[in-house]
Design a protein around this ligand. Structure first.
Ligand SMILES: [Fe+2]
Length: 374
């Protein structure tokens, strides 16, 4: 029996997955195809999207494929990392001497020799991959594999998640999983709901504009755009509170940033960055320190900023919705040289504060001095 198997996170399932499976079914003509959503892929952090919903998205995306599809929760039942060699053993227990075909993305094809027990995998299954830009056609890999003839659409789950994160909606361009994503408020649509409800409209639009620029700056600087965009969306959740509530919140939760007493006395609104970070953690379950730090530092900066800190620090005052003189130039500079843009941004923030006749927090000066030294 010819058995095809297709594992993946399906987070979300998209038309690229469907096209790949359809092409494999057409060309291999398997007697059955096992779709095996990952519980915890050995190559990735465990998905935050519940397994049941990723399974539902896969079922929905593949519903028009005419083949005997078996939606297999083998990995879910194990509740731990599962390796391809274990999937092969699982299928060999179900079928008597099956001829196995392992459907993978083109990028994964090159990686197989580094997987657990590659000899066992390649002895017992033929790798099948889609044709996609990135794989040199003439490149010959040192094992048995098949490249499907059908050309596949260029789409990825991470790109879709990023679009949803920045746009705050999963419209039809997102593909077959749009309905399930919208219904279950996946990929931080719940955060967008909260922001729309709790922030003033202009603030919400600004946040989205910062998220778009942050994602762009992250890509240019070899950082993860999803992490940068999420930091941007979370940055001003604390602005939902008036100053007196910010003070109460900070006191109740033990939030004590540098220069706390001076901030309380002169500019309690500066607490919003630290409160936003706390809200990100407690209300939205963010545990990623890089995100929490970027949110905390987005207004005043810090001596040693990470790339995510700098991205948000700059994007906040250089986003497209900023209309002051110099915003365009700063944005243009940020796209070319983030480090220098961060220094200019630190200087501009100090000048703005002075021009508005406001109190200057020493933390802003520390940031300026540090960026200047570099
Ligand atoms: Fe802010």
């Amino acid at each position: 029996m010819k058995i095809l198997f297709y594992g993946g996170s399906f987070d979300p399932a998209h038309k690229g997955h469907a096209a790949l499976l359809a092409a494999a079914v057409r060309e291999i003509k398997p007697d059955a195809a096992h779709i095996i959503p990952a519980y915890h892929s050995p190559f990735k952090e465990r998905s935050n999207t519940p397994f049941e919903l990723r399974m539902e998205m896969a079922k929905n995306a593949f519903k028009n494929i005419s083949a005997r599809l078996i939606f297999d929760n083998f990995e879910y039942k194990r509740q731990r990392k599962t390796y391809t060699c274990e999937i092969i053993e699982h299928l060999q227990k179900i079928y008597d001497k099956p001829e196995l075909f392992m459907l993978v993305g083109t990028d994964a094809l090159n990686e197989i020799p580094s997987w657990k027990q590659p000899d066992f995998i390649l002895k017992n299954a033929t790798a099948v991959a889609g044709k996609r830009a990135g794989l040199a056609a003439k490149e010959k890999l040192p094992f048995k594999y098949r490249i499907l003839k059908t050309r596949l659409p260029k789409v990825s789950s991470s790109q879709i998640r990023l679009e949803i994160l920045v746009n705050g909606e999963a419209d039809r361009t997102v593909g077959p999983s749009a309905g399930i994503i919208t219904k279950h408020r996946l990929y931080f649509l719940n955060l967008h709901d909260w922001l729309k409800k709790n922030l003033k409209e202009n603030r919400y639009l600004h946040t989205r504009s910062v998220a778009a620029l942050s994602a762009q700056l992250a890509v240019i600087n070899d950082a993860y755009p999803e992490r940068a965009a999420l930091s941007a969306l979370l940055q001003d959740t604390g602005k939902s509170l008036p100053d007196k509530d910010l003070i109460t919140y900070a006191k109740k939760c033990g939030i004590k940033p540098p220069f706390y007493d001076l901030i309380l006395c002169h500019a309690p609104d500066l607490l919003h960055s630290y409160v936003s970070s706390h809200i990100a953690q407690t209300r939205f379950g963010i545990t990623d320190e890089l995100i929490l730090n970027a949110v905390e530092r987005h207004t005043l900066g810090a001596a040693d900023m990470t790339v995510y800190d700098k991205v948000l620090y700059v994007a906040d005052i250089a986003s497209k919705d900023r209309k002051y003189k110099g915003a365009f130039t700063l944005r243009d500079l940020a796209l070319k040289d983030l480090e220098r843009a961060a220094m200019i941004a630190a200087g501009m923030k100090i000048i703005f504060t002075i021009n508005e006749g406001k109190w200057l927090c020493p933390q802003g000066n520390i940031t300026w001095n540090h960026l200047l030294k570099k």
